[in-house]
Design a protein. Structure first.
Length: 629
């Protein structure tokens, strides 16, 4: 369940990279032009630009997929040794006459026991797709519907849930149409997709040909045979989520055109909601009085979507219309067994791992939501597997790493499912199941470990879980209680938040706190020859400094984080919390640099002001090194 948190953090990281490579001016203009209805017939110049290629490499080099080889066996390990010119010229040559290599098919298990087909392009083909994505995304973002939430910048399941809760509780729409599309990613019609890209305004014919080649790339099956696809987008391809949103964007606007944006004879005052979205309540009140149109609102996350209605009869008719429209317009088949009309006053619907229903309160009904039973079982199963690892480590450092991994998993499910109104009860049930298992597995009398009430928790863990009476410690390391969680109301995204406007980016940066993705990675990472105290304090410092460099104040990526000893170990420094600082990797090199040429080179790179330089010099003095003037 931490995947969605990671996805949210990854988008913020990509925004920082775009600013670093000065690509924001280009993407801002593309977004503004797309909003204004302009068409784009010469995008290849942007896609093949050197800065765009460098940005693409930066964005994917630390992804897990960069270490996974395609059919050519090439990974990031080989490419990162290339000179910069070689990489840029190679990608430019591929884009000039693009013919992708075959996609390697790999099957991964789904939670229901079935297998999900995953397509793995070669590393260079992934790089090409990333170059295209960075230019297409701002154009498409300007055209997407407000209630499309999956695989988009600054969107998450939180917004999808907030929209569902509002439609149910405030607008009193108690009937939901849940439609399941059979094998959506495997059945996307290529010809229809090209037309949709054209209609959005992407009319660069060379680019459309490249996208066609990506879609038609041969697939190497696990048994070695080759298949030539005639439809579908490969799951695992970097471009696939954006193309999937392009396909279903037509559905979003078709549903909206049936009620939300129907024009009335007279114009009405359009107010604003708290998050900045327009409020059409006066216009819709008039539609209810003067027309027999069916009230309907769509909420979508990737290929999972719901349509909320006011009447059961309307919901039944809309379900039939949706099935017919998807079949005729998008050539997609609906699963009749899994698709249903749900009366939320009597039953619950499943959406994104949540069970959503209503309960009576005074003269109305309010939302009541839980973790789904499947999500509970998956959570218990994964946590139990981690407890088994804690039970039998090779050494104490491994045990510490396994406990941190367990804590990371608990925080991940808490962050995701805290938006369920009954999350406290759900996690109490999970804790009751887990407590017995933990007592049996981690029993000191049977060679396990002792969990005690006293220990040392810092930073994010102390702030969030320190007051819990269920908190336990193993040799001073916190063991996060599963039951300690409270409901957090899901919030709408502010309209002003946007990665492709200066004002929107300012709002994003203002809201940045602890990057949970990086915190999870720090908790899961292991460092050879480092003490448990050092690893634990590194995590606490990252949270305490809100992921920023102690010298520059800049937000750090995972691979930029260095933990500096204020008094070096060779001068008697320890791994205690007070003797450590989180700094940028380049700053760390500068603190310890002794050669004049090296110092000059790093100063030119970092462009430090007087205040930053003074902070750095204080650390150099502690290390018994000369001040830098």
């Amino acid at each position: 369940m931490t995947v969605l948190t990671s996805e949210k953090s990854l988008k913020k990281r990509k925004l920082r990279h775009a600013e670093y490579y000065d690509m924001t001016a280009i993407t801002d203009k593309l977004f503004a032009d797309s909003k204004a209805g302009k068409v784009f017939d010469s995008l290849m110049n942007f896609i093949s630009a050197e800065e765009n290629i460098k940005l693409a490499y930066r964005n994917i080099k630390r992804n897990k997929g960069s270490k996974t080889p395609g059919v050519d066996g090439l990974t990031i390990a080989a490419v990162e040794k290339w000179p910069e010119d070689k990489l840029i010229n190679t990608i430019k040559a591929k884009l000039a006459w693009y013919k992708p290599k075959a996609v390697k098919r790999k099957e991964i298990p789904k939670p229901n026991g079935k297998m999900r087909p995953l397509g793995i392009p070669t590393f260079l083909d992934r790089l090409v797709q990333q170059c295209i994505l960075q230019i297409l995304e701002p154009i498409c973002e300007a055209k997407f519907h407000e209630r499309s939430n999956g695989f988009r910048p600054n969107r998450s399941t939180e917004q999808a849930l907030a929209q569902c809760y509002k439609l149910i509780q405030q607008q009193k729409l108690y009937y939901a149409v849940s439609i399941d599309i059979e094998g959506f990613f495997d059945n996307v019609d290529h010809c229809k997709l090209r037309k949709q890209l054209w209609n959005i305004g992407i009319r660069d014919k060379k680019l459309l040909c490249i996208i066609s080649e990506i879609l038609k790339a041969p697939i190497v099956m696990p048994d070695g045979s080759r298949v030539m696809p005639t439809k579908g987008t490969p799951q695992g391809g970097i471009l696939s989520p954006l193309l999937a949103n392009v396909v279903l964007n037509e559905l979003d606007w078709w549903v909206a055109s049936q009620w939300e944006f129907v024009k009335t004879r007279h114009s009405f005052y359009i107010g604003k909601n708290n998050n900045g979205t327009p409020n059409y309540k006066n216009q819709r009140r008039q539609l209810k009085i003067t027309t027999q149109l069916k009230e309907m609102f769509i909420v979508r996350y990737a290929d999972d979507f719901l349509v909320f209605c006011r009447k059961h009869e309307d919901a039944e008719n809309i379900a039939i219309a949706l099935e017919k429209w998807l079949s005729e317009r998008l050539k997609l088949k609906v699963s009749k067994e899994k698709s249903k009309v749900i009366n939320l006053a009597k039953r619950k619907l499943e959406f994104l791992g949540f069970e959503i229903g209503t309960v009576p309160r005074r003269k109305t009904r309010v939302v009541s939501s839980h973790m789904s039973n499947k999500a509970k079982k998956r959570t218990i199963s994964s946590l139990k597997e981690q407890i088994k690892k804690i039970q039998h480590p090779q050494n104490e450092i491994d045990r510490f790493a396994y406990i941190n991994r367990y804590n990371s998993m608990v925080m991940g499910v808490h962050n995701y499912f805290c938006h369920a109104t009954a999350c406290a009860a759900d996690f109490t049930d999970i804790a009751w199941n887990m407590d017995k298992f933990i007592k049996n597995r981690l029993n000191a009398k049977r060679g396990g470990i002792s969990l005690v009430r006293t220990g040392n928790a810092r930073g994010y863990i102390r702030e969030r879980y320190g007051k819990s009476k269920a908190m336990r410690y193993c040799n001073g390391t916190p063991f996060i209680p599963v039951s300690y969680v409270s409901h957090k109301t899901p919030k709408y995204k502010k309209v002003c938040i946007c990665s492709y406007t200066p004002e929107g980016r300012a709002e994003i940066h203002k809201a940045l706190g602890v990057n949970m993705d990086i915190l999870h990675r720090l908790m899961r990472s292991q460092m050879k020859f480092s003490s448990i105290e050092f690893m634990d304090n590194r995590i606490s410092l990252y949270a305490a400094q809100y992921g920023r460099c102690a010298i520059t104040g800049r937000v750090l990526d995972f691979d930029e984080i260095h933990c500096h000893h204020i008094i070096p170990v060779h001068l008697g420094g320890t791994d205690k919390y007070q003797n450590l600082k989180i700094v940028h990797a380049e700053i760390h090199k500068l603190i310890h640099a002794t050669q004049k040429e090296t110092i000059k080179e790093h100063l030119q790179k970092l462009n430090l002001n007087k205040a930053m330089l003074e902070k750095l010099n204080k650390l150099r003095e502690k290390a018994q090194l000369e001040r830098i003037s």
